[in-house]
Design a protein around this ligand. Structure first.
Ligand code: NDP
Length: 269
């Protein structure tokens, strides 16, 4: 529990009965203390899956095809005569895509990437998913094998004590030098110092992050100085429609919780 949590619980006192979070992730909540106090929690799964999967695909393409860097080149006069290898990146066609955490969002990402001509999907997590194996010709593999064989590594798992810092020096050293790393889960799944080192030393080709530690990322963070790192301000679910739907669900969760009724979407603690 952080000091901030202590302060919130101390000020709220025993009258705090319900928490409603505008998110599917709940790693920001002090769950053991919440359980101890018998507080109910509402959250917003499913309805943000499509928007977050779409953003993940957008970030992957922006990173692998170097879109932000290309836009800057056009603006600053770096676009001169045609050169065969200028602004080249990596394409999805014929590639192997590895997804860590083939849950709601991970599966929605894979479904969107398949029509790009992905040759093979690998995934890692706690459990194999026979339905995904059949639908996507996907293979459940250990994380090390996923790192070694994937051209694109996409992180869509939840942040837990097991996944915290999971993408570290050892992980990046197993990836191909031509691989692209994408994280739209939570920043703390990645050891950012190790990621910086992997990007600077060419152990991996590029990274795209929608989530960082901390958030907002200080503007002097070394990752922001790298051309091969694309960083977004945690906008996975940020479409007008999705945020509106999330807000209505979060409000209904809260009202139901306060009335002692079944919440439309209650976190099972
Ligand atoms: P799900 O619960 O459907 O999926 C979570 C996945 O994490 C599961 O596939 C699970 O694997 C996997 N996982 C859990 N523990 C491990 C582990 N130790 N190793 C590998 N994989 C593990 O959640 P969602 O798909 O709805 O959301 C996933 C996460 O995305 C959220 O927790 C949140 O942090 C993040 N998110 C980010 C957003 C953004 O704006 N960037 C927006 C929305 C969500 P298994 O199925 O095998 O148990």
């Amino acid at each position: 529990m952080t000091c901030f949590d202590c302060v919130v619980f101390t000020f709220a006192g025993p009258s705090l009965k319900v928490i409603s979070t505008l998110s599917v992730g709940y790693d920001h909540l002090a769950i053991p203390e919440i359980k101890k106090r018998g507080i109910r929690v509402g959250y917003t799964p499913d309805i943000l899956t499509d928007a977050t999967a779409e953003l993940t695909v957008a970030l992957l393409l922006a990173t692998s095809r170097r879109l932000p860097e290309s836009v800057v080149e056009v603006k600053n006069g770096g676009w001169t005569t045609w050169k065969p290898l200028w602004m080249c990146g990596y394409g999805l066609s014929g590639s192997t895509v590895g997804i860590i955490g083939l849950g709601r969002i991970g599966l929605a990402v894979a479904r969107r990437l398949k029509p790009f001509g992905v040759k093979k999907f690998l995934y890692a997590g706690r459990h194999p998913k026979p339905e995904a194996d059949t639908e996507l010709n996907a293979e459940f593999v250990p994380i090390a094998k996923l790192a070694e064989e994937s051209d694109f590594v996409i992180i869509t798992c939840s942040l837990t004590p097991d996944t915290q810092g999971m993408c570290n020096r050892d992980f990046f050293s197993k990836m191909k030098k031509t691989s692209v790393f994408i994280n739209t889960s939570r920043g703390a799944v990645v050891n950012q110092d190790d990621l910086y080192e992997a990007l600077v030393n060419g152990h991996i080709a590029a990274a795209g992050l929608d989530v960082t530690t901390p958030e907002p990322l200080p503007t002097n963070n070394p990752l922001l100085s790298l051309k091969n790192c694309v960083i977004l301000p945690h906008i996975g679910s940020a479409t007008y429609a999705t945020r509106n739907t999330m807000s209505v669900l979060a409000a209904n969760n809260l009202l139901a919780g306060l009335k002692g009724e079944n919440m439309p979407s209650e976190l099972k603690l």
